[in-house]
Each structure stands twice: as structure tokens, then as C-alpha cells.
Design a protein around this ligand. Structure first.
Ligand SMILES: [Zn+2]
Length: 502
């Protein structure tokens, strides 16, 4: 098990740090219009994309995403060439480069401009601190672009945006956006954020769709070795999704301010395993050369990120004090989900709890001095917030199960938050979490919260696991967990519950 710790650590650290009246080739001005924008993207080979962007001038700045590509002076514009613009009347418009991946131009506000440029797909020649998985890359069977790497934009807000792809006839285009015409690669996008915070895979890959009560999970699998194992990927993707829907009592119910009804998972082979999330898109690179246990990493990433569609996007905290609940409790349900679909068995579940999560916790210098509610520290103190939150979640699950003879559990807390806050713009507070746990566990949880959540005392996870009927001890910085030789029916039920089985 220790073999997987280092790559898993690196991997998780990088990860957690995802139209009316529009003419085919232009826009038509209307009375009282909603601002419109249209992109034509031609990807006829693996090396580049040709983009034409027709828009109503809003301000005099053209920009690309402000997220990522920080290592380049020109940011994402490093990969853009041949930028030119013409007015509706066909007159050339001068474009002047500005720092930070922006340009200036002059045009009357509201006038229609057609911008053309080329995006060179050679991002892989450069170093990217978070890996290539959230940037842009090519494989023999197709190309991956993040929206950040592809789109030049004008203005902000929510114009009516359409994106049309021209690709070789046998290619597919997978994105998280709404497809306008089932037979065409033409999509509707609600705003510039949704446009740039996205991922696109175009190529000869296979695409699978899982529809659940108005929610869709799109799975794009590329490359022979990945497609050869498609049944395994399909089972995993749909198994984790169905566990969460059953657990929460419904598909994600996002806030009206940030609506979505689709998530996309793109899996491709690569030399190095990696995973990245942008918006509701998850990019996974799987390395067949990796240790079999190391290949488990992306499964963890997928399950963690998918759970955020509920814990994080359907109900979300009002401030950083609840990051432990958002991230750590998501880790807990990730482990349960992976046990549920058979990626983890009991032994590897507890081995991962010790070998990754406890190890990170025990070696985090913030543990014992900082509170797990210091959510701003989550990147510098991963062990404190992500592992500490997981351990607080397990402990609270055991407290509730013990108090209710296994009738209630942390699952009921999750369902309660989903019911109360899902589909609203209202956020939950630390006090909401404490109050709901107190009411379910039949006892005031102020002491637990004051000591281990708001306070900075180390969570005695071994003590709580023993209460659940497991054999647990902490020795030399290791958390050793196993089943007892004899356990009661109640204890067995509780342990099954911790593993996600009831
Ligand atoms: Zn997360």
C-alpha cells in the first residue's frame, strides 16, 4: 500500500488546489436584442484550431481567461497567432496587444465585429505546474482543449453565445454545454464564464451518456486501451453516480445563480496519470504503466469531484469555516462510494485511511495548533483540512449511529442540508452543521465542536473507531484498523454503514 502513497499525494495535492436570430456566419441586429456572440471553431487536424468569433462590441478590450497560464508573460495568448478583425462593412480593424493575454481595438459600441485567430496546440512543449490535463493536448485519436486555452472574449455578462465546431466527419465533440441540434456540433452557452471554464474533447473517441431525472453524466473515453476497458469505466461512472443519487435522495439541485444539469468526464491515456477539474468537467489522464494501485487515484478524484455536485454546488458553505465539511466529508463519501462500487474492499479502505489520510494528518504541522475551520489554510495544510474534515465526519457519523442504534447517520445530515439548501441561493453556516448534528445525535455537540472543530485539538479517531466496534490504534504515527474477532450484530451493521453499505 505504501507504494501508492507518494503518487497519490502528488496527484491529490495538484488536484485539490473543475440564440435567437443568429445567422450561420454572423449576427443580425434586432430591436431590443440580447447581446449575441458566435464562435466557429474549425479543428481539421491535431495541430491547431482556427477560430472565428462574431460579436457585438461591448468594450474595447479582447481578453482570454484570467485563470491559469501564469508562467507566460502573454498568458493564454502565447498560443494564439494571426489575430485579425473586420467590421460588418468589411473594413480591417487594428488590434494592439496588451499585457496578460489581452488586446485593444477600436469600434463603436454595439457594432458587429468578426475576429479570426489560430490556436496552436503545442501546450505540451511547456511545463505546467498542475499538469497538462486542464490545459490542452493532442492524442492520435483527438484533441483536448480547455475553454481557457481556446476562447478570446469581449465584455462580460451573459450574452447569448453559440459555438459551432467543424471537425472531420467521423469525429465527435464532447463538452458540458447544451447541444442545439442532436445531429450537429452546435452548442448554446449561457455566459462567458461557462464558456471559458469548460473542457472540450474532439476526436474519434467513444461517448456514453447516463441520464438520471433531468441530470446527465457524459463520459468520453479516448484511445484503444481505455476503450478496451469501457465496461469497467461505465460501471464505475454510473455506480458512483447512482450511489450519490440514492444517498442524497435526488440528482444535483444547484443554486439558481449557478445552474447546471450536466457533468462531463474525459478519460484519455497519457504517460503520466493526472486529473483536473474545471467547472463541471473532469479531465482524467490514465497511465497504463502506472502501478495498479496508483491507477486507483483517478477513481478517487472522479468520485470526490462528482460528490461536489451535491456537497459544494447544491448546498454550499457561507464562508471558509466549513471547507473541512465540504472537502473532508466529500473525502469520506468518496471512500464509501469506491467501496460501494468495488474499487476498494474493506482492507484497502482502511489501508487508504491510514496510509494516505492519517499520514497526511499526522505530518501536518498545523494539526494541534490550527483549527480545521481555518479553511483558507486548506492548500498549505491539506492534512488539517481534508484529512481532519474526513476524520471529523467519521467521528460524527459514529456519534449519530451510536446515539440512534444505527437508525440515523451522517447520511441524514447530508440529506437534510440538500433538502434545506439545494436549489436555493442560500448558504449554510458552521452553526447549521453543528445544530443539525446535535439534533440528530440527541446530544449537544458543542463540546466536540469547541474541542476538535473550532478548537485545535487532534481528533482521536482511534477512540471513535473503537466505539464503532473496530479494532483501532495509533502507534508510531500509524493508524491501524481491523475487524475484531467477535463483533455484535449492531457493530457489524455500524461498520457496514461506515463503509457505505447502508
Ligand atoms: Zn474538493
Amino acid at each position: 500500500m505504501t507504494r501508492i502513497i507518494y503518487p497519490l499525494l502528488i496527484f491529490l495535492m495538484t488536484l485539490f488546489t473543475w440564440s435567437p436570430c443568429t445567422a450561420e456566419n454572423g449576427l443580425t441586429k434586432k430591436a431590443n436584442p440580447k447581446r449575441e456572440a458566435h464562435y466557429e471553431i474549425s479543428i481539421m487536424d491535431l495541430d491547431h484550431a482556427m477560430v472565428s468569433y462574431t460579436f457585438e462590441a461591448n468594450d474595447s478590450i479582447l481578453r482570454m481567461s484570467s485563470a491559469g497560464a501564469n508562467q507566460f508573460e502573454k498568458r493564454w495568448a502565447t498560443f494564439v497567432s494571426g489575430l485579425s478583425a473586420v467590421s460588418e462593412g468589411g473594413e480591417n480593424i487594428d488590434i494592439n496587444p496588451l499585457p496578460e493575454g489581452r488586446w485593444s481595438y477600436e469600434a463603436e459600441k454595439g457594432s458587429i465585429i468578426k475576429l479570426s485567430y489560430r490556436v496552436n496546440l503545442d501546450h505540451e512543449k511547456h511545463d505546467w505546474s498542475g499538469g497538462i490535463d486542464g490545459v490542452a493536448y493532442k492524442r492520435d485519436h483527438g484533441v483536448f482543449y480547455s475553454g481557457r486555452s481556446l476562447f478570446v472574449m469581449n465584455g462580460t455578462g451573459s450574452p447569448s453565445i453559440t459555438v459551432n465546431f467543424e471537425v472531420p466527419e467521423d469525429w465527435k465533440v464532447s463538452t458540458v454545454w447544451d447541444r442545439i441540434d442532436p445531429g450537429k456540433h452546435r452548442f448554446e452557452v449561457h455566459n462567458y464564464d461557462e464558456l471559458s471554464e469548460s473542457m472540450i474533447f474532439a476526436g474519434e473517441h467513444e461517448q456514453f451518456l447516463f441520464k438520471r431525472e433531468g441530470f446527465e453524466l457524459l463520459l468520453a473515453l479516448g484511445g484503444k486501451e481505455i476503450i478496451a476497458k469501457k465496461q469497467e469505466y461505465e460501471n464505475l461512472a454510473s455506480g458512483v453516480l447512482d450511489y450519490y443519487i440514492e444517498l442524497m435522495g435526488g440528482v444535483p439541485n444547484p443554486s439558481p445563480q449557478n445552474p447546471f444539469h450536466r457533468a462531463l468526464v474525459i478519460i484519455n491515456p497519457y504517460e503520466q496519470a493526472d486529473g483536473e477539474v474545471i467547472g463541471n468537467s473532469i479531465s482524467i489522464l490514465e497511465s497504463t504503466q502506472a502501478d495498479p494501485m496508483a491507477q486507483m487515484m483517478w477513481r478517487f478524484v472522479y468520485a470526490h469531484e462528482l460528490f461536489h455536485l451535491w456537497n459544494g454546488k447544491s448546498f454550499f458553505p457561507s464562508d471558509m469555516r466549513c471547507e473541512w465539511f465540504k472537502e473532508g466529508v466529500s473525502n469520506y463519501y468518496t471512500l464509501k462510494a469506491l467501496h460501494r462500487v468495488g474499487v476498494l474492499n474493506e482492507e484497502s479502505f482502511f489501508a487508504l485511511l491510514n496510509g494516505f489520510f492519517y499520514k497526511k494528518y499526522a505530518s501536518d504541522p498545523g494539526v494541534g495548533s490550527l483549527s480545521i475551520t481555518d479553511g483558507n489554510e486548506k492548500h498549505d495544510h491539506w492534512g488539517l483540512v481534508y484529512s481532519g474534515g474526513l476524520f471529523a465526519g467519521i467521528s460524527q457519523d459514529i456519534i449519530i449511529r451510536k446515539a440512534t442504534n444505527n437508525e440515523l447517520s451522517l447520511d441524514d445530515i447530508m440529506r437534510g442540508l440538500f433538502n434545506d439548501f439545494g436549489g436555493t441561493n442560500q448558504s449554510y453556516t458552521l452553526e447549521d452543521v453543528q445544530n443539525s448534528i446535535s439534533s440528530l445525535s440527541g446530544g449537544d455537540q458543542t463540546e466536540f465542536f469547541n474541542t476538535y472543530i473550532v478548537g485545535s485539538r487532534k481528533i482521536p479517531l482511534d477512540k471513535y473507531l473503537n466505539k464503532a466496534g473496530l479494532q483501532a490504534e495509533i502507534e508510531d504515527g500509524q493508524l491501524n484498523v481491523s475487524r475484531r474477532k467477535e463483533e455484535s450484530v449492531e457493530e457489524d451493521k455500524m461498520i457496514e454503514g461506515l463503509l457505505g453499505e447502508n
